[in-house]
Write a protein that binds this ligand. Structure first.
Ligand SMILES: [Zn+2]
Length: 211
């Protein structure tokens, strides 16, 4: 797969600048999701941009979401680069199993399948085929390298040696000591647990080794 066959998005959250810098540093064409929030180093101005796609225009982010849908073609997949607060290892998120082949080509070994879609169909990849790439912790320089490595893997169709699919099926409701991607109490694998930017404790996933 070539770069021209995908649309690259970064800076959907204004406090996640490193993938934007990585792409700019290599002169790689991309769309900056939320330039105004990025310029203020804020996650968003009025509402979480990656949770308002398809909403009527009432504030800065709903206006930007509509603009992005007019900029981003619907006939090729999107790679949407992010970084997180709590999870160090990079991973890729899909919300539809039809995107598994693209997720595998990112070269990352951890794929999260959000079968339980907790953002109610309002993220960019609900409106365009594509995957979210979580490149690592927010201001960690590794996010820079991961962004560029993922693009290299996609161009050269390089898969990781081992690939694990974490299928999210429920929310975590009990407070506790959860380590992401590590089996908890012989029952589930936490994903997005603790210190996350969402209004819940974390998500429960099953793990399957697919390669
Ligand atoms: Zn983000």
């Amino acid at each position: 797969m070539k770069r021209k066959d995908i649309t690259i998005v970064a800076g959907m959250h204004g406090d996640e600048p490193i993938p934007v810098i990585a792409l700019a540093s290599m002169h790689i064409k991309h769309i900056v999701g939320n330039p105004e929030a990025l310029s203020k180093n804020k996650r968003f101005l009025d509402s979480d941009l990656n949770g308002v796609f398809g909403d009527p225009i009432t504030d800065k982010e709903t206006e930007r979401a509509a603009k992005l849908l007019s900029l981003i073609p619907d006939d090729k997949p999107v790679l949407d680069f992010h970084s997180t607060t709590s999870i160090q290892e990079p991973f890729v998120i899909i919300i539809d199993m039809k995107m598994l082949p693209l997720a595998r080509k990112t070269g990352l070994s951890t794929i999260v399948y959000l079968k339980l879609n907790f953002k109610a169909g309002k993220t960019l990849i609900d409106h365009r085929d594509g995957v979210v790439v979580e490149t690592g912790q927010k201001l960690d320089h590794n996010c820079h390298n991961t962004t560029l490595q993922v693009l290299d893997s996609i161009e050269n169709e390089k898969e990781a040696d081992n690939i694990f699919l974490f299928e999210v099926y429920d929310k975590i409701t009990e407070p506790g000591e959860y380590n992401n991607f590590e089996l908890y109490d012989d029952s589930f694998y936490p994903v997005f647990a603790t210190k996350c930017s969402y209004d819940f404790i974390g998500l429960k996933a099953k793990r399957e080794k697919i390669k």
